[in-house]
Design a binder for this molecule. Sequence first.
Ligand code: CAA
Length: 273
Amino acid sequence: MGSGIALTAAMNGIEVCQNDIAEEQLERARAYHAKTLARAVKKERLTESDAEVVASRIRYSTSLADCASAQWVVEAATENLRLKKEIFSSLASTCGDDVILASNTSSISITDIGASVGDAAPRVIGMHFFNPVPVMKLVEVIEGLVTSEETTSRTFALAEAMGKTPIKANDRAGFVSNRVLMPMINEAFYAWMDGVAEPESIDEIMKLGCAFPMGPLRLADFIGLDVCHHIMMVLYEELGDQKYFPCPKLRQLVLAGRHGDKTGRGVYDYSTS
Ligand code: CAA
């Protein structure tokens, strides 16, 4: 997600510093940026020199201190509240006091993240992008309890400057997108577990019958089964209703390390593709 957000910003004229703790992840980001820009050149959407300019807007860093000069930060780390709180607390002490601290979290409370930054909490906001970021039009914008109006209006302006459509959702588990999407994906796992149909049929039925670009099980692999499982647990814990409990079939694949595209295997096997 971070690589997609960085590229989308750079394609819209914004200078970016992409930060990660692992050099290996930054290498993957570089490769993804080069591949996506090369495709845009091949499709004649960008000239080669435009693509070079876009690429030159992105620098890569493994030091969080390099964010100190940023005017804006979009955090897209692993979905772990403790980790996000550490990152936000560090950003709040190093970044300027007019810098917006946005999180791309898919389900963690923005109010809770904001509680880790003291006086900077009015500048904390949710800026939830969708994968693949360069393609998907939406940014779900989530205000925490004390997010200021100025933070929200600047976030709307930034999302629009990145070519996206910002839409506000309240700070409740899963916001709107995952409150609706994840139970549907979870139900597809139940349909598979209960023998209603095999994964291929479940996905084709939803693609051809409901005009989904990807079936729900294919989409779950694309999102990451660990992420889907985590979001279901957030919904279950906050809303307290058994209907949000992750399907055992989903849980089993996660426990087996089959997390979808990123591990080469999830519902489907991608090891040879
Ligand atoms: N980065 C940049 N561009 C990409 C891309 C990527 N990772 N993947 C695909 N594209 C572009 C392709 O370059 C292509 O562009 P052009 O037609 O302009 O060349 C276009 O998208 C279509 O790609 P393909 O022809 O390869 O394949 P497709 O038509 O099957 O589309 C898809 C691929 C866009 C991923 C489509 O299947 C889709 O929309 N799937 C659903 C995605 C979705 O629901 N995302 C939201 C997930 S939920 C989430 O992200 C948030 C959360 O909290 C969990």
